[in-house]
Design a protein around this ligand. Structure first.
Ligand SMILES: [Fe+2]
Length: 339
């Protein structure tokens, strides 16, 4: 099997390129958006065709290149079914696999760092490779304090799904922060300070609860973007729209608040359609995917949720009014004062 281990130095994220040397079919595991040109150039130089983009989980520290790689190459995007990434082409269950020529990439559910984490297991002639994401790192593991994380669940995942493999199985993690590149099941069983043999589930839960880590700097951007296969938030300022009626008129304006808010003190924009957030999915089924949509709510928060939802449904031009109707009203010229 052709194999390359690539690093995004800003987030210490490993991306893995795997390919069948005969058919030239390739897969990328956990590609990073800012490294997309590097990865596509390598694929081209090696004469490969990208067939799959596989995510180990919804990352909180970088934005995936999955959606953009799909757009540029036609590759199929893959995630574990519990990750809840509605925009992925294939959501696989534990034990299912995708094929790269003679090779099978088997999905193994390894939740605990997040509720939707999976590992990918590949058997080659020489050895078995395990791409563990953040479930198992070299001498460590991913944190368990957000995104449905659960320390006891992670302990079981590592012990039952990863440490149960032969000792010589090679571990390729999602990150490393100390310059290391790989490990083995045997090494981690013996030396992982959190998960090695002899540490009980209760001890592991205590270790994880005492970490007291700060939130990842990119979390507020990365998690919603990754739920939408990498589409970042797009917003427009109220001042820009108030200064340009033509720009405002270019949008289909969707207000995702409730009726009492739409007709309430903040009012709504002329031409806005009321589509409460809970009804958006059903309503959007009949909309043209390429039209420019402006999403509005009270503060911008529900509109951002709506944006992720629409991008996941294939809408390509979705913008949120920053600050919502609250910002719109406070930025309006004071008519009484002018008069
Ligand atoms: Fe992670």
């Amino acid at each position: 099997m052709l194999f390359r281990q690539l690093m995004d130095e800003a987030s210490h994220t490993f991306t893995y390129l795997l390919a069948d040397p005969v058919t030239k079919k390739a897969a990328l595991i956990d590609p990073v958006d800012r490294m997309i040109d590097r990865d596509l150039l390598l694929i081209e130089e090696l004469g490969l065709t990208l067939h799959y983009v596989l995510e180990t989980h919804v990352h909180a520290d970088h934005v995936t290149a999955a959606g953009e790689l799909r757009r540029r190459t036609g590759a199929t995007t893959v995630a574990g079914v519990a990750a809840g990434v509605g925009c992925a082409d294939l959501l696989l269950n534990d034990g299912e696999h995708v094929r790269l020529g003679d090779y099978r990439l088997e999905v193994r559910a390894t939740p605990g760092h997040t509720q939707g984490c999976v590992s990918y297991i590949v058997h080659t002639a020489a050895r078995t490779l395990a791409f563990t994401g953040d479930a198992l790192l070299i001498r460590g593991c991913g944190r368990t304090d957000f995104q449905g994380g659960d320390a006891a669940m992670l302990y079981r995942s590592v012990r039952e799904k990863l440490f149960s493999m032969p000792a010589e199985t090679v571990i390729y993690p999602g990150h490393d922060y100390r310059g290391r590149t790989s490990s083995t099941v045997g090494e981690e069983r013996a030396h992982n300070p959190r998960l090695r043999e002899g540490i009980s589930v209760d001890e592991f839960v205590t270790i994880m609860s005492e970490l007291k880590l700060a939130s990842p700097a990119m979390m507020d951007i990365a998690v919603p973007a990754n739920m939408a296969c990498g589409a970042r938030s797009a917003t427009v300022d109220v001042q820009a729209l108030q200064a340009s009626p033509e720009k405002l008129a270019s949008y289909r304006i969707i207000d995702v608040r409730e009726l009492f808010e739409f007709d309430g003190p903040l009012g709504h924009l002329p031409g806005a359609e009321l589509v409460p957030l809970a009804t958006l999915g059903e309503a959007a089924d009949s909309w043209r995917r390429s039209q420019a949509i402006l999403l509005i709510c009270k503060s911008g928060r529900r509109a951002e949720t709506a944006r992720v939802n629409l991008v996941a449904r294939g809408f390509s031009d979705v913008t949120v009014l920053a600050g919502g109707m609250t910002a719109w009203r406070s930025a309006e010229p004071d008519v009484a004062a002018c008069g």
